[in-house]
Ligand binder design. Structure first.
Ligand code: TA6
Length: 287
């Protein structure tokens, strides 16, 4: 599917919930208020860097498959303090409020907000603020979590970033060597021995306490991935069989995506009453 027909489909389905950013230097992005989700990012000198499934459901009946879904306050089906919360949390199918859209010469910015009252499964009042800033060859995505209640809460969160890759067999991820991980496919734990990670089968790992920059290296393309404040990195590719079970992905979709997620999932993230926690992920297209 071409980028133009992708955008037309998004516009037709999301209507006013689709927000377009374009900076004067040519960087472009599309965000959805549904899910509070970055859907597309094209650096000033280059092609699309995010994966959005051509079968993504855009009517809010399920989370949008692709871009950067926001995970809060629970990651996956983790046996957290709040087991009644839905998988991956509360915000992927909510329509976020639009706070700011700014298209300038050297950057473009969108700020979205979403607040929630206490509910049975999550008895806390909270607010999230998502700021996406593009310009040149980089995109910065910042997530703020505010505790508006009277009691401390523990949460988990992630920027579930679906990166577009040319082909799984030519992609490699650098920067995870010697990090401790939990492998959610084999239900084992380990320390990464390989100097570079290849995608050769179903992959679902949480790497803990990752410092430094990761690199997604492909023939002709290279992306630097940095996180500030997110200690963990989740790497996910469903591979052939699991991808075939996902009705909102084409059968070969797994060949062209890799999730590299900035996350706070290994240990609980405490947010005190009245306090705010902020973290950021930066992607830079190096070539
Ligand atoms: O972040 C990895 C993961 O939790 C995987 O286990 C995988 O199932 C994926 O996210 C997608 O989850 P979703 O709920 O969006 O289908």
């Amino acid at each position: 599917m071409s980028a133009r027909s992708d955008t037309a489909r998004l516009r037709a389905n999301l209507g006013e919930n689709l927000i377009a950013l374009e900076s004067g230097d040519g960087a472009r992005a599309l965000l959805s208020r549904l899910g509070g989700q970055l859907l597309s990012w094209q650096p000033a000198r280059g092609r699309e860097r995010l994966y959005l499934s051509e079968r993504a459901i855009l009517d809010g009946s399920q989370p949008i498959r692709g871009g950067v879904p926001i995970i809060f306050p629970r990651f996956a089906d983790s046996p957290a303090k709040y087991p009644a919360l839905p998988r991956h949390g509360l915000v992927r199918q909510r329509v976020w409020d639009l706070d700011t859209v700014r298209n300038e010469d050297d950057y473009a910015l969108c700020v979205l907000r979403l607040g929630g009252a206490p509910i049975g499964a999550w008895p806390h009042a909270w607010e999230l603020e998502l700021s996406v800033c593009i310009g040149g060859d980089r995109v910065d995505t910042e997530l703020a979590i505010r505790n508006l209640g009277a009691e401390m809460f523990d949460c988990q969160c992630a920027l579930h970033t679906y990166l577009r890759i040319v082909e799984t067999h030519t992609a490699r991820v650098l920067g995870l060597h010697a990090h401790r991980y939990q492998d959610r496919v084999s239900a084992t734990e380990g320390v990464e021995e390989a100097s570079e990670l290849h995608i050769e089968s179903e992959l679902d790992r949480i790497y803990f306490d990752v410092e430094g920059t990761l690199t997604l290296d492909e023939p002709g393309r290279m992306l630097a991935i940095q996180a500030t404040g997110f200690p963990d990195v989740v790497v996910w590719n469903p591979w052939r069989r699991r991808c075939g079970e996902l009705t909102d992905m084409p059968p070969d979709g797994y060949r062209h995506m890799l999730c590299i997620e900035a996350a706070h999932v290994g240990r609980p993230l405490p947010v005190a009453p009245g306090a705010e926690w902020i973290a950021r992920q930066t992607l830079v297209a190096l070539r």
